[in-house]
Ligand binder design. Structure first.
Ligand code: HEC
Length: 211
């Protein structure tokens, strides 16, 4: 007798569960026993939200928010921006005392970056004779030498990587802050190697200067 009740009870329970959970209308969800498992109380990013006057769920970051790892660049893409960067923008390496080993690693990385991003136009030596220039795909690429570009500084080189110049496009999106400064270091190295050496005039100190 007990057994019959047990079987009957189980059959009824199962019938109840399946009977209520399966609806005919396939466009509607069936009865959910644990709704929070599927539908969190949070608003979805692109659904409307009555809690805000503009009705948007996806909120904009607070004004002035800076993305993690992003370093803002204040010099504008104009002649004024170029001139200011040339004078005031200083390398991120300034003030850092690097050991010889660290310097070697830095230069190796800088060379790799330069080779990938700049050498096809500017040439491996920085003489403005990259493969694209040799094949006449692009013209007017300057050598980095002091003769050809007497006024460039680390600041102006960084600025040109950020904003481009003439037909050279911006490389800002392809390189991060550190990588850009590494390339600047390498450009300066090439510049010193290809520039004609200026003789330093040594003025002998006069022991008894005539007044
Ligand atoms: C598509 C070819 C091309 C690539 C790639 C390129 N450049 Fe240039 N670059 C040029 C041209 C052309 C100029 C001359 C622009 C002008 O003065 O109108 C120039 C100019 C420069 C100057 C001199 C700007 C000045 O102040 O007069 C620097 C410095 C420079 N490039 C650095 C770089 C660095 C660093 C890279 C790699 C991140 C790079 N370039 C990648 C074509 C290129």
């Amino acid at each position: 007798m007990k057994k019959t009740f047990l079987i009957l009870g189980s059959v009824l329970t199962l019938a109840l569960v399946f009977g209520t959970s399966c609806r005919r209308d396939k466009t509607q969800t069936a009865l959910e026993y644990m709704p929070n498992m599927y539908r969190g109380p949070a608003f979805e990013a692109y659904t409307s939200n009555p809690n805000f006057s503009d009705g948007l769920s996806a909120r904009k970051p607070v004004e002035g928010t800076i993305a993690k790892g992003y370093i803002p660049y204040e010099f504008s893409n104009s002649q004024v921006g170029y001139d200011s960067a040339r004078v005031y923008l200083k390398s991120s390496w300034e003030g850092r005392s690097l050991t010889t080993e660290e310097m070697e690693v830095l230069m190796q990385e800088s060379k790799e970056l330069y080779t990938i991003f700049c050498s096809h136009c500017h040439g491996e030596k920085g003489d403005g004779n990259g493969i694209l220039v040799q094949r006449e795909k692009i013209l007017g690429v300057p050598s980095y030498s002091t003769e050809r570009l007497p006024d460039i500084t680390e600041g102006s080189i960084y600025h040109v990587i950020m904003h481009g110049k003439g037909i050279m496009g911006s490389h800002a999106s392809q390189l991060n802050y550190d990588e850009r400064w590494k390339i600047v270091q390498y450009v300066l190295k090439l510049r010193s190697e290809i520039s004609p050496k200026t003789e330093t005039v040594v003025v002998e100190e006069q022991t008894n200067p005539e007044v």
